[in-house]
Design a protein around this ligand. Structure first.
Ligand code: BEZ
Length: 399
Protein backbone atom coordinates (compact mmCIF):
# COMPACT_ATOMS: atom_id res chain seq x y z
CA UNK A 1 0.00 0.00 0.00
CA UNK A 2 1.26 3.52 -0.73
CA UNK A 3 -0.07 6.66 0.85
CA UNK A 4 0.92 9.96 -0.66
CA UNK A 5 -0.36 13.28 0.52
CA UNK A 6 0.23 16.69 -0.91
CA UNK A 7 -1.86 18.50 1.66
CA UNK A 8 -0.77 21.46 3.69
CA UNK A 9 -4.35 22.07 4.82
CA UNK A 10 -3.90 21.62 8.59
CA UNK A 11 -0.94 24.03 8.64
CA UNK A 12 -2.77 26.55 6.50
CA UNK A 13 -5.85 26.30 8.70
CA UNK A 14 -3.77 26.85 11.85
CA UNK A 15 -2.04 29.83 10.28
CA UNK A 16 -5.39 31.31 9.24
CA UNK A 17 -6.86 30.89 12.70
CA UNK A 18 -3.81 32.47 14.28
CA UNK A 19 -4.33 35.67 12.31
CA UNK A 20 -8.07 36.21 12.89
CA UNK A 21 -9.72 37.25 16.15
CA UNK A 22 -10.31 34.18 18.32
CA UNK A 23 -14.08 34.82 18.60
CA UNK A 24 -14.56 34.81 14.82
CA UNK A 25 -12.82 31.45 14.57
CA UNK A 26 -15.02 29.96 17.26
CA UNK A 27 -18.17 31.31 15.63
CA UNK A 28 -17.46 29.55 12.30
CA UNK A 29 -19.08 26.12 11.96
CA UNK A 30 -16.59 23.32 11.27
CA UNK A 31 -17.61 22.88 7.64
CA UNK A 32 -17.29 26.58 6.91
CA UNK A 33 -13.76 26.47 8.30
CA UNK A 34 -13.05 23.50 6.03
CA UNK A 35 -14.41 25.44 3.07
CA UNK A 36 -11.53 27.86 3.50
CA UNK A 37 -8.92 25.09 3.27
CA UNK A 38 -8.12 22.55 0.64
CA UNK A 39 -10.67 20.03 -0.47
CA UNK A 40 -9.45 16.56 0.51
CA UNK A 41 -9.89 14.04 -2.29
CA UNK A 42 -9.19 10.40 -1.45
CA UNK A 43 -8.08 8.46 -4.52
CA UNK A 44 -8.39 4.73 -3.84
CA UNK A 45 -7.22 3.05 -7.03
CA UNK A 46 -5.04 0.17 -8.20
CA UNK A 47 -1.48 1.34 -8.85
CA UNK A 48 -0.11 -2.22 -8.99
CA UNK A 49 -1.27 -5.51 -10.50
CA UNK A 50 -3.33 -6.27 -13.61
CA UNK A 51 -5.43 -3.06 -13.29
CA UNK A 52 -2.50 -0.68 -12.56
CA UNK A 53 -2.71 1.16 -15.90
CA UNK A 54 -6.46 1.71 -15.37
CA UNK A 55 -5.88 3.38 -12.00
CA UNK A 56 -3.24 5.69 -13.45
CA UNK A 57 -5.46 6.68 -16.39
CA UNK A 58 -8.31 7.54 -13.99
CA UNK A 59 -6.06 9.72 -11.85
CA UNK A 60 -4.64 11.41 -14.97
CA UNK A 61 -8.15 12.21 -16.22
CA UNK A 62 -9.25 13.54 -12.84
CA UNK A 63 -6.18 15.77 -12.51
CA UNK A 64 -6.56 17.03 -16.08
CA UNK A 65 -10.03 18.41 -15.37
CA UNK A 66 -8.84 20.05 -12.13
CA UNK A 67 -5.86 21.58 -13.94
CA UNK A 68 -8.17 22.93 -16.64
CA UNK A 69 -10.06 24.75 -13.86
CA UNK A 70 -6.83 26.44 -12.70
CA UNK A 71 -6.17 23.78 -10.05
CA UNK A 72 -9.31 24.61 -8.04
CA UNK A 73 -12.92 23.40 -7.85
CA UNK A 74 -15.47 25.96 -6.60
CA UNK A 75 -12.57 28.12 -5.48
CA UNK A 76 -10.94 25.38 -3.39
CA UNK A 77 -7.54 23.91 -4.02
CA UNK A 78 -7.32 20.14 -3.92
CA UNK A 79 -5.23 17.96 -1.61
CA UNK A 80 -4.94 14.41 -2.89
CA UNK A 81 -4.65 11.40 -0.57
CA UNK A 82 -3.74 8.22 -2.45
CA UNK A 83 -4.01 4.55 -1.62
CA UNK A 84 -2.99 1.66 -3.86
CA UNK A 85 -5.86 -0.77 -3.30
CA UNK A 86 -4.06 -3.53 -5.26
CA UNK A 87 -7.49 -4.66 -6.63
CA UNK A 88 -7.70 -6.59 -3.36
CA UNK A 89 -11.26 -6.69 -1.94
CA UNK A 90 -10.07 -8.29 1.32
CA UNK A 91 -8.15 -5.07 2.12
CA UNK A 92 -10.93 -2.76 0.89
CA UNK A 93 -12.59 -1.89 4.19
CA UNK A 94 -9.31 -1.27 6.03
CA UNK A 95 -8.00 0.88 3.17
CA UNK A 96 -11.11 3.01 2.79
CA UNK A 97 -11.31 3.58 6.53
CA UNK A 98 -7.80 5.02 6.42
CA UNK A 99 -9.08 7.65 4.00
CA UNK A 100 -12.30 8.31 5.91
CA UNK A 101 -11.13 8.15 9.52
CA UNK A 102 -7.41 8.88 9.48
CA UNK A 103 -7.22 11.37 6.58
CA UNK A 104 -10.74 12.73 7.02
CA UNK A 105 -11.26 13.10 3.26
CA UNK A 106 -14.20 15.09 1.87
CA UNK A 107 -14.75 12.82 -1.11
CA UNK A 108 -13.78 9.28 -2.07
CA UNK A 109 -12.90 8.51 -5.69
CA UNK A 110 -12.56 4.78 -6.42
CA UNK A 111 -12.14 2.17 -7.47
CA UNK A 112 -11.56 0.01 -10.56
CA UNK A 113 -12.33 -3.47 -9.15
CA UNK A 114 -15.99 -4.15 -8.32
CA UNK A 115 -15.20 -6.03 -5.09
CA UNK A 116 -13.05 -3.18 -3.78
CA UNK A 117 -15.64 -0.58 -4.78
CA UNK A 118 -18.39 -2.44 -2.93
CA UNK A 119 -16.35 -2.30 0.28
CA UNK A 120 -15.85 1.42 -0.33
CA UNK A 121 -19.55 2.02 -1.02
CA UNK A 122 -20.52 0.31 2.24
CA UNK A 123 -18.15 2.55 4.20
CA UNK A 124 -19.24 5.66 2.28
CA UNK A 125 -22.88 4.93 2.99
CA UNK A 126 -22.27 4.34 6.71
CA UNK A 127 -20.14 7.48 7.13
CA UNK A 128 -22.11 9.71 4.73
CA UNK A 129 -18.89 10.52 2.81
CA UNK A 130 -19.45 11.61 -0.79
CA UNK A 131 -18.21 8.88 -3.16
CA UNK A 132 -17.76 8.88 -6.93
CA UNK A 133 -16.97 5.56 -8.62
CA UNK A 134 -14.77 6.25 -11.68
CA UNK A 135 -14.88 2.69 -13.05
CA UNK A 136 -16.06 -0.36 -11.06
CA UNK A 137 -19.32 -1.54 -12.59
CA UNK A 138 -20.70 -3.61 -9.68
CA UNK A 139 -24.42 -3.68 -10.40
CA UNK A 140 -25.18 -3.63 -6.66
CA UNK A 141 -23.64 -0.16 -6.17
CA UNK A 142 -26.41 1.39 -8.24
CA UNK A 143 -28.81 -1.41 -7.28
CA UNK A 144 -29.59 -2.69 -3.77
CA UNK A 145 -26.65 -0.77 -2.24
CA UNK A 146 -27.55 2.58 -3.84
CA UNK A 147 -27.22 5.61 -1.54
CA UNK A 148 -27.89 9.36 -1.69
CA UNK A 149 -24.13 10.12 -1.46
CA UNK A 150 -22.80 7.45 -3.89
CA UNK A 151 -22.45 8.24 -7.61
CA UNK A 152 -20.85 6.62 -10.65
CA UNK A 153 -19.12 8.33 -13.60
CA UNK A 154 -18.62 5.08 -15.52
CA UNK A 155 -21.13 2.26 -16.23
CA UNK A 156 -22.82 -0.73 -14.61
CA UNK A 157 -21.42 -4.14 -15.56
CA UNK A 158 -24.81 -4.93 -17.07
CA UNK A 159 -24.77 -2.00 -19.54
CA UNK A 160 -22.06 -2.66 -22.18
CA UNK A 161 -22.56 -6.44 -21.89
CA UNK A 162 -26.31 -6.22 -22.50
CA UNK A 163 -25.63 -3.98 -25.53
CA UNK A 164 -23.14 -6.56 -26.89
CA UNK A 165 -25.65 -9.40 -26.43
CA UNK A 166 -28.15 -7.53 -28.60
CA UNK A 167 -25.55 -6.86 -31.30
CA UNK A 168 -24.36 -10.50 -31.33
CA UNK A 169 -27.92 -11.72 -31.93
CA UNK A 170 -29.53 -8.97 -34.00
CA UNK A 171 -26.68 -7.77 -36.22
CA UNK A 172 -24.21 -10.64 -36.18
CA UNK A 173 -26.95 -13.31 -36.34
CA UNK A 174 -25.22 -15.59 -33.82
CA UNK A 175 -27.28 -18.35 -32.21
CA UNK A 176 -25.05 -20.21 -29.75
CA UNK A 177 -22.51 -18.44 -27.55
CA UNK A 178 -20.17 -19.19 -24.65
CA UNK A 179 -18.96 -16.69 -22.07
CA UNK A 180 -15.60 -16.59 -20.32
CA UNK A 181 -14.66 -14.29 -17.44
CA UNK A 182 -12.86 -13.92 -14.14
CA UNK A 183 -15.01 -15.24 -11.32
CA UNK A 184 -15.96 -12.12 -9.42
CA UNK A 185 -18.80 -9.59 -9.56
CA UNK A 186 -17.67 -7.76 -12.72
CA UNK A 187 -17.11 -10.90 -14.79
CA UNK A 188 -20.24 -12.66 -13.64
CA UNK A 189 -22.47 -9.60 -14.05
CA UNK A 190 -21.06 -8.91 -17.51
CA UNK A 191 -21.64 -12.53 -18.56
CA UNK A 192 -25.22 -12.34 -17.26
CA UNK A 193 -25.84 -9.00 -18.97
CA UNK A 194 -24.65 -10.46 -22.28
CA UNK A 195 -26.88 -13.53 -21.75
CA UNK A 196 -29.91 -11.32 -21.07
CA UNK A 197 -29.38 -9.27 -24.23
CA UNK A 198 -28.46 -12.27 -26.40
CA UNK A 199 -31.36 -14.43 -25.27
CA UNK A 200 -33.80 -11.59 -26.02
CA UNK A 201 -32.76 -12.01 -29.66
CA UNK A 202 -33.45 -15.75 -29.59
CA UNK A 203 -29.82 -16.77 -28.99
CA UNK A 204 -28.65 -19.23 -26.37
CA UNK A 205 -25.65 -19.14 -24.03
CA UNK A 206 -24.57 -22.78 -23.88
CA UNK A 207 -21.80 -22.53 -21.24
CA UNK A 208 -20.37 -19.90 -18.87
CA UNK A 209 -16.67 -20.44 -18.14
CA UNK A 210 -14.78 -18.75 -15.31
CA UNK A 211 -11.35 -18.67 -13.70
CA UNK A 212 -10.22 -16.93 -10.51
CA UNK A 213 -9.18 -13.25 -10.63
CA UNK A 214 -6.49 -12.31 -11.74
CA UNK A 215 -5.41 -15.72 -13.12
CA UNK A 216 -4.28 -15.71 -16.78
CA UNK A 217 -3.79 -19.45 -17.37
CA UNK A 218 -6.42 -19.65 -20.12
CA UNK A 219 -5.26 -22.75 -21.99
CA UNK A 220 -7.63 -25.36 -20.54
CA UNK A 221 -10.64 -23.10 -21.10
CA UNK A 222 -9.60 -22.30 -24.67
CA UNK A 223 -9.42 -26.04 -25.34
CA UNK A 224 -12.97 -26.36 -23.98
CA UNK A 225 -14.18 -23.58 -26.31
CA UNK A 226 -12.51 -25.22 -29.32
CA UNK A 227 -14.24 -28.52 -28.53
CA UNK A 228 -17.71 -26.96 -27.99
CA UNK A 229 -17.56 -24.92 -31.25
CA UNK A 230 -20.03 -22.13 -30.34
CA UNK A 231 -20.93 -19.44 -32.95
CA UNK A 232 -19.39 -16.74 -30.74
CA UNK A 233 -17.52 -16.14 -27.49
CA UNK A 234 -18.16 -13.23 -25.13
CA UNK A 235 -15.29 -12.40 -22.75
CA UNK A 236 -14.89 -9.97 -19.87
CA UNK A 237 -11.25 -9.20 -19.06
CA UNK A 238 -9.47 -5.88 -18.65
CA UNK A 239 -5.97 -4.42 -18.29
CA UNK A 240 -3.08 -6.90 -18.36
CA UNK A 241 -5.47 -9.88 -18.30
CA UNK A 242 -7.26 -8.64 -21.44
CA UNK A 243 -3.95 -8.31 -23.29
CA UNK A 244 -3.03 -11.91 -22.49
CA UNK A 245 -6.48 -13.35 -23.22
CA UNK A 246 -6.85 -11.76 -26.67
CA UNK A 247 -3.33 -12.86 -27.61
CA UNK A 248 -3.88 -16.42 -26.36
CA UNK A 249 -7.24 -16.64 -28.18
CA UNK A 250 -5.56 -15.68 -31.46
CA UNK A 251 -2.50 -17.89 -30.83
CA UNK A 252 -4.88 -20.85 -30.43
CA UNK A 253 -6.30 -19.98 -33.88
CA UNK A 254 -9.79 -19.49 -32.45
CA UNK A 255 -10.22 -15.96 -33.85
CA UNK A 256 -10.29 -17.48 -37.37
CA UNK A 257 -13.43 -19.55 -36.71
CA UNK A 258 -15.23 -18.19 -33.59
CA UNK A 259 -15.59 -14.39 -33.30
CA UNK A 260 -14.59 -12.97 -29.93
CA UNK A 261 -16.85 -10.22 -28.52
CA UNK A 262 -16.74 -8.29 -25.29
CA UNK A 263 -17.47 -5.10 -23.43
CA UNK A 264 -14.86 -2.64 -24.69
CA UNK A 265 -12.55 -3.24 -21.71
CA UNK A 266 -11.23 -6.18 -23.71
CA UNK A 267 -9.52 -3.82 -26.17
CA UNK A 268 -9.39 -0.39 -24.44
CA UNK A 269 -5.95 0.87 -23.46
CA UNK A 270 -4.53 -2.49 -24.61
CA UNK A 271 -4.23 -2.34 -28.41
CA UNK A 272 -0.53 -1.58 -28.69
CA UNK A 273 0.22 -4.70 -26.66
CA UNK A 274 -2.40 -6.85 -28.43
CA UNK A 275 -1.26 -5.90 -31.94
CA UNK A 276 -2.41 -8.20 -34.73
CA UNK A 277 -4.36 -10.49 -32.39
CA UNK A 278 -7.10 -7.88 -31.77
CA UNK A 279 -7.62 -6.68 -35.38
CA UNK A 280 -11.26 -6.64 -36.48
CA UNK A 281 -12.71 -7.39 -33.04
CA UNK A 282 -16.13 -5.92 -32.22
CA UNK A 283 -16.84 -4.55 -28.75
CA UNK A 284 -19.41 -2.23 -27.14
CA UNK A 285 -18.57 0.64 -24.81
CA UNK A 286 -19.57 4.18 -23.83
CA UNK A 287 -16.40 5.55 -25.44
CA UNK A 288 -14.47 5.08 -28.70
CA UNK A 289 -11.30 6.49 -30.23
CA UNK A 290 -12.92 8.13 -33.22
CA UNK A 291 -15.93 10.04 -31.91
CA UNK A 292 -14.55 13.13 -33.64
CA UNK A 293 -16.73 15.63 -31.75
CA UNK A 294 -15.28 19.04 -30.83
CA UNK A 295 -15.57 18.11 -27.13
CA UNK A 296 -13.70 14.84 -27.53
CA UNK A 297 -11.08 16.33 -29.85
CA UNK A 298 -10.27 19.02 -27.28
CA UNK A 299 -10.08 16.44 -24.49
CA UNK A 300 -7.82 14.12 -26.48
CA UNK A 301 -5.50 16.93 -27.44
CA UNK A 302 -5.21 18.18 -23.85
CA UNK A 303 -4.68 14.66 -22.49
CA UNK A 304 -2.02 13.83 -25.08
CA UNK A 305 -0.23 17.11 -24.33
CA UNK A 306 -0.28 16.55 -20.57
CA UNK A 307 0.60 12.85 -20.45
CA UNK A 308 2.29 12.12 -23.83
CA UNK A 309 -0.17 9.32 -24.56
CA UNK A 310 -3.68 8.83 -25.92
CA UNK A 311 -6.57 8.68 -23.44
CA UNK A 312 -8.80 5.64 -23.03
CA UNK A 313 -12.19 5.03 -21.42
CA UNK A 314 -10.64 5.02 -17.93
CA UNK A 315 -9.14 8.47 -18.44
CA UNK A 316 -12.57 9.74 -19.56
CA UNK A 317 -14.25 8.28 -16.48
CA UNK A 318 -11.68 9.97 -14.20
CA UNK A 319 -12.14 13.28 -16.01
CA UNK A 320 -15.92 13.00 -15.63
CA UNK A 321 -15.68 12.07 -11.94
CA UNK A 322 -13.97 15.45 -11.45
CA UNK A 323 -16.68 17.14 -13.53
CA UNK A 324 -19.40 15.58 -11.35
CA UNK A 325 -17.64 16.73 -8.20
CA UNK A 326 -17.28 20.22 -9.66
CA UNK A 327 -21.01 20.36 -10.45
CA UNK A 328 -21.87 19.48 -6.85
CA UNK A 329 -19.34 21.87 -5.32
CA UNK A 330 -20.46 24.78 -7.51
CA UNK A 331 -23.99 24.48 -6.08
CA UNK A 332 -22.76 24.79 -2.47
CA UNK A 333 -19.91 27.25 -3.03
CA UNK A 334 -17.39 24.58 -2.11
CA UNK A 335 -19.02 23.88 1.27
CA UNK A 336 -19.15 20.05 1.47
CA UNK A 337 -21.02 20.33 4.78
CA UNK A 338 -24.20 21.13 2.81
CA UNK A 339 -24.58 17.46 1.95
CA UNK A 340 -28.21 17.33 0.78
CA UNK A 341 -27.70 20.24 -1.66
CA UNK A 342 -24.37 18.82 -2.82
CA UNK A 343 -25.89 15.41 -3.57
CA UNK A 344 -28.94 16.95 -5.25
CA UNK A 345 -26.74 19.04 -7.56
CA UNK A 346 -24.71 16.02 -8.69
CA UNK A 347 -27.91 14.04 -9.18
CA UNK A 348 -29.31 16.73 -11.52
CA UNK A 349 -26.09 17.50 -13.39
CA UNK A 350 -25.76 17.08 -17.14
CA UNK A 351 -22.15 16.15 -17.69
CA UNK A 352 -20.49 17.43 -20.86
CA UNK A 353 -18.32 14.35 -21.26
CA UNK A 354 -15.83 13.58 -24.05
CA UNK A 355 -17.96 10.42 -24.57
CA UNK A 356 -21.00 12.64 -25.27
CA UNK A 357 -23.29 14.33 -22.72
CA UNK A 358 -24.89 12.18 -20.03
CA UNK A 359 -27.25 12.47 -17.08
CA UNK A 360 -27.63 10.20 -14.07
CA UNK A 361 -30.34 7.63 -13.41
CA UNK A 362 -32.41 7.62 -10.21
CA UNK A 363 -29.80 5.19 -8.80
CA UNK A 364 -26.91 7.58 -9.81
CA UNK A 365 -25.55 5.63 -12.80
CA UNK A 366 -24.87 7.31 -16.19
CA UNK A 367 -27.62 7.08 -18.79
CA UNK A 368 -25.52 7.01 -21.95
CA UNK A 369 -25.01 5.75 -25.48
CA UNK A 370 -23.11 2.51 -26.04
CA UNK A 371 -21.04 2.54 -29.20
CA UNK A 372 -20.27 -0.44 -31.40
CA UNK A 373 -16.52 -0.34 -32.07
CA UNK A 374 -14.23 -2.27 -34.40
CA UNK A 375 -10.49 -2.59 -33.81
CA UNK A 376 -8.57 -1.01 -36.68
CA UNK A 377 -4.84 -0.63 -36.10
CA UNK A 378 -4.40 0.97 -32.69
CA UNK A 379 -7.95 2.36 -32.58
CA UNK A 380 -11.30 1.22 -31.28
CA UNK A 381 -13.13 2.82 -34.20
CA UNK A 382 -16.78 3.76 -33.66
CA UNK A 383 -18.92 2.08 -36.33
CA UNK A 384 -22.37 2.73 -34.88
CA UNK A 385 -24.50 3.17 -31.78
CA UNK A 386 -25.40 -0.23 -30.32
CA UNK A 387 -27.78 1.12 -27.63
CA UNK A 388 -28.95 4.71 -27.45
CA UNK A 389 -29.33 6.33 -23.99
CA UNK A 390 -29.15 2.98 -22.25
CA UNK A 391 -30.11 3.14 -18.56
CA UNK A 392 -29.15 0.43 -16.10
CA UNK A 393 -32.38 -1.04 -14.68
CA UNK A 394 -31.18 -0.18 -11.12
CA UNK A 395 -32.79 -3.36 -9.80
CA UNK A 396 -33.28 -3.26 -6.04
CA UNK A 397 -32.40 0.44 -5.60
CA UNK A 398 -34.73 2.21 -3.18
CA UNK A 399 -33.87 5.89 -3.31
C1 BEZ B 1 -14.81 -4.07 -12.44
O1 BEZ B 1 -14.23 -4.79 -11.60
O2 BEZ B 1 -15.95 -3.64 -12.23
C2 BEZ B 1 -14.12 -3.72 -13.71
C3 BEZ B 1 -12.75 -3.78 -13.80
C4 BEZ B 1 -12.12 -3.42 -14.97
C5 BEZ B 1 -12.86 -3.00 -16.07
C6 BEZ B 1 -14.24 -2.96 -15.99
C7 BEZ B 1 -14.88 -3.32 -14.81
Amino acid sequence: MIRLTTTLAPMIRMATLATVPALAAIALPAHAQDAQGKLKVGLMLPYSGTYAALGTAIENGFRLYVDEQGGKLAGREIAFFKIDDESEPAKGTENVNKLIRRDNVDVLVGSVHSGVAMAMARAARESGTLMIVPNAGADAITGPMCAPNVFRSSFSNWQPAYAMGRVAGEQEKKKKAMTITWKYAAGEEAANGFKEGFEKTGGQVIRQLTLPFPNVEFQALLTEIAAAKPDAVFAFFAGGGAVKFVKDYAAAGLNKSIPLYGPGFLTDGTLEAQGESAQGMLTTLHYADSLNTPRDRAFRLAYAKAYKMQPDVYAVQGYDAAQMLAAGLAAVNGDVGRKAELNAAIEKARIDSPRGPFTLSRAHNPVQDFYLRRVEGNENRMIGVASKALADPGRGCKL
